[in-house]
Design a protein around this ligand. Sequence first.
Ligand code: ATP
Ligand code: MN
Length: 482
Amino acid sequence: MKMRRTKISALLKSTSTGMDVHVKGWVRTKRGNKHVNFIALNDGSTINNIQVVADPNTIPENVLKLVTTGASLAVTGQLVESQGSGQAVEIHAKTIDVLGAADPEKYPLQPKKHSFEFLREIAHLRPRTNTFSAILRMRHAMSFAVHQFFNNKGFNYMHTPIITGSDAEGAGEMFRVTTLDAKNPPLKEDGSVDFSEDFFGKETNLTVSGQLEGELGALALGEIYTFGPTFRAENSNTTRHLAEFWMIEPEMAFYDLEDNMDLAEEFLKYLVQYALDHCADDLAFLEKRLLDEEKNKPANERSAMSLTDKLRFVVENKFERVSYTEAIDILRNSNPNKKKKFQYPIEGWGTDLQSEHERYLVEKHFQKPVILSDYPKEIKAFYMRMNDDNKTVAAMDILFPGIGEIVGGSQREERLDILSARMTEMGIPHEEMDWYLDTRRFGTVPHSGFGLGFERLMIFVTGMGNIRDVIPFPRTPGNAEF
Ligand code: ATP
Ligand code: MN
């Protein structure tokens, strides 16, 4: 009779022993001698391995020879209480089938520390490491929590388009979508490319944000959110930017800026709490990883808090709410500014904040997450609502330790005349945006929304240092492998 496979996560929780079980997975390590072999087997269901004890009297030598790191096995045996420390139960193998061997001379993942740079080059195999399997399970858990949070609140998940015909938001940093022949495109009389002959009959790009279409949904359904891939052709080779990333964008009718901040703060706390509640094993592993990594750093660069301390800290503290104007004052008078330690010195009101400034506010000055609001209109997008001072807009960014901006949002300009004037000022063609302006022409209401970069959240909850290591296959300038 064919035995049913049990997942390793279930076996490790098992309270009874003695029965025969059947598991499948990949060999992490094998050690032992000519009398006994200990195989650490992992099937991805948990960070923890099950120990398979293989006696050469039971398991033929030619089979055991193929049991090497990376090989895949089907094992049948008795589940018994483990004599060794480190695990409660283990399997005493009766049969082992090698499903797929992994030549130890060639298999690149050996049981030693590989650098993250090296692992990025073998991103097709890195999910088989402890670190990346933990990250991928947590990506799943966080995605699920996103949907659960909004579903509990009665928000509608809306699928906004990935191919977009409007470039109002992302001019200059969009990826073109075309089927035209790159070598020989149809030309107009003036020599420019004739996109009317392109697939969609016009210029199209990959979206930089689902917001504008999200607003259309919110102004009908009340509350929506998007959660999809987003593309930015900005040439920023930082540890916090990807060319393809996932963004969550809720958009809510009848919300003002404060309602927006309240929702964003509640949302972030919910996600972090979800990680603490549901990802304990993976978090414990990642916490230890971070600790090991930091041992190699000079003492003053080590973080005072462990990973889970940092997560708890976010859940337990009210985010500091400060206006851009107050923040500029703080930064201007700050020590690093006076001592010229900032790469971009704060000159005065009106300059955009760099990540170094955001991190100073969060990590040094307030020492908790910060919501900055009411930015100068010149450094923000056309759709943000004009404040009464006519100088600032109802924008809000949430800044996190180690990251800087994790959320960007605003109350949207719902007044047709003001929105339209802003568009003219900023050179945004009205014809192209007529569909967007219709929402302000017909039944306009105050509304707000924000965008959370999913990978920035993942950096935070996993304690990883580089955004390339929290997405399965990172896309960055010069790199689109796999
Ligand atoms: P930044 O100033 O950090 O480049 P932004 O102001 O361009 O970000 P928004 O347009 O406000 O970002 O996008 C909303 C959110 O999306 C950001 O708060 C951030 O979490 C995330 N995000 C933006 N750009 C990227 C990127 N290139 N890679 C990953 N996440 C990003
Ligand atoms: Mn932003």
